[in-house]
Design a protein around this ligand. Sequence first.
Ligand SMILES: [Zn+2]
Ligand SMILES: [Zn+2]
Length: 136
Amino acid sequence: MSEKIMVKHFGSCICGAVKFTVNLDEIPRVYNCHCLDCRKTFGGMITIIDLRKGALILEKKNLGTFTQLGGSGNEIKNYYCKTCTAPIFRHVSLWKRDYLFAGLLDNIDLIKNAKNIFYENSHFPFMKINGEKLIT
Ligand SMILES: [Zn+2]
Ligand SMILES: [Zn+2]
């Protein structure tokens, strides 16, 4: 079996109080979630990266948390910057995984593809989605 190539990336929130290092696959798994919960929590679609265990390295002292229930009734814990309130990452207990908000990466060139999820009944009409593909 070939070794997975992990690439180190850096990111921060807008105010800089939260800075992080994250190890990502060469082709990370990225999702655009259009669900109602995300829309109401963050004001629109969110783009998140599925993280491997221990991939995200950051100091937690500047993080606040907000816990909500996902559609399945399981907890989703959101971590945000206490100063500027930028969402940093979230832990989805159903999958026991952390997801990083992709827009916080300093360099987003690596994000070539994202899978659209939960868009069926909840995406902005200006986004044309054909299957998993965003056309506009
Ligand atoms: Zn969602
Ligand atoms: Zn901040």
